[in-house]
Design a protein around this ligand. Structure first.
Ligand SMILES: [Zn+2]
Length: 351
């Protein structure tokens, strides 16, 4: 057994910040909140769900859609109608929040999650993301297209209907802005792509959890959360727009596999925040941007949240109470077939 990762700081090459590792503290006595995940089985259609087909929303009504369905968020956080703010000259800077926000339903079936999507449905989701990136990125009032999925009530989603959100506005989100800078800086210094450098270091290592023709999923060496997973492209690309059809398809399958392994970890639907990290659409040259996907599960044990507290919120640096190698091994050890589809005696067979 390698020594545990304790009293160690690792440099996060994308964000250019230190992450503190304290894996000896993961077993500390815990008398705080615990969160037993209940295996809820939502109905296939919920007339009170604003995302189900045929349901009336705050604004308008969903058509009887059958595949992926996207629409403008009823309460978007960016708008083409954003008024020019008054005042704020000089020190207190202010600007309008222009652009739009959209919602993308993965499936008309209210009960599905990404793990339940067919191969074709997985592909349709990634195709939808790429199409919306092109269309929204072309708008003059949009500088960045942020695609993300909040899954589970622990990350603030009350609605289980499988869906993502797309924020497209004149704001380049902070982590993306940091990755633009780190990708450029690394290329200028070494002539190499930062994303491919990380890929090369993870590819042969103990933190790979899955891979296919175009993608590699791993718990990166510099993970900020226990069970944090990155999906890295096997060639340099900077956005969804760069992906070939076959790469879109295999990305959809890789997302499904990561979500499946998550669920199999503790045999419960694992909540997470997933974000597509892609280059801004601000007209600049972003050929060095390290495109990838990140998954951040809020749990560090089946019933224990990773709370962001003094060091993270107060101090602004992340503490990870786990060893990325160990967490990757756990995710690699579970089946890539979802537990609901496994024979009942599967667990016994493994013993
Ligand atoms: Zn629904």
């Amino acid at each position: 057994m390698p020594p545990p990762v304790v009293w160690q700081q690792r440099w996060h090459p994308l964000r250019e910040e230190w992450v503190l590792y304290t894996s000896h503290r993961s077993g500390r006595p815990w008398v705080g909140d615990t969160h037993k995940a209940a295996e809820v089985t939502p109905p296939h259609f919920d007339p009170t769900c604003a995302l189900c087909p045929g349901v009336k929303r705050l604004q308008g009504e969903n058509p009887p859609y059958t595949g992926v369905y996207g629409f403008t968020n009823d309460l978007p956080c960016f708008s083409a109608d954003a008024p020019a703010p008054a005042g704020g000259e000089g020190f207190y800077q202010v600007r309008p929040a222009t652009g739009t926000a959209e919602v993308g339903c993965y499936s008309p079936d209210h009960a599905k999650t990404f793990v339940d999507l067919t191969d074709a449905e997985c592909r349709a989701v990634v195709d939808f993301w790429a199409e919306r990136t092109v269309a929204l990125g072309a708008r003059p009032d949009v500088e960045h297209v942020l695609i993300f999925e909040n899954k589970g009530s622990l990350v603030g989603t009350s609605n289980p209907h499988p869906h993502c959100q797309i924020y497209a506005g004149n704001l380049i989100y902070g982590f993306t802005a940091a990755e633009v800078a780190s990708g450029r800086k690394f290329f200028q210094k070494t002539g190499r792509f930062l994303g491919q450098e990380i890929l090369a270091r993870e590819a042969e290592g103990p933190r790979v959890i899955a891979q296919n023709n175009a993608w590699l999923a791993c718990v990166p060496w510099f993970a900020r959360y226990a069970y944090e997973v990155f999906i890295l492209p096997k060639r340099q690309v900077s956005s969804l727009v760069d992906l070939k059809p076959v790469e879109r398809f295999s990305l959809g399958l890789m997302i499904r596999e990561v979500a499946t392994r998550y669920d199999n970890l503790w045999r419960m639907p694992l909540p997470y925040v997933m974000a597509v990290h892609q280059a801004p659409a601000d007209g600049e040259d972003h050929t060095t941007y390290p495109f990838h996907l990140e998954f951040h599960p809020p749990l560090r044990k089946p019933d224990t949240m990773k709370y962001l507290a003094g060091p993270e919120i107060g101090g602004g640096s992340m503490t990870n109470e786990s060893d990325p190698d160990t967490k990757a091994a756990e995710l690699r050890a579970v089946s890539s077939v979802h537990y609901r589809k496994l024979p009942a005696n599967y667990a016994k067979q493994r013993e």
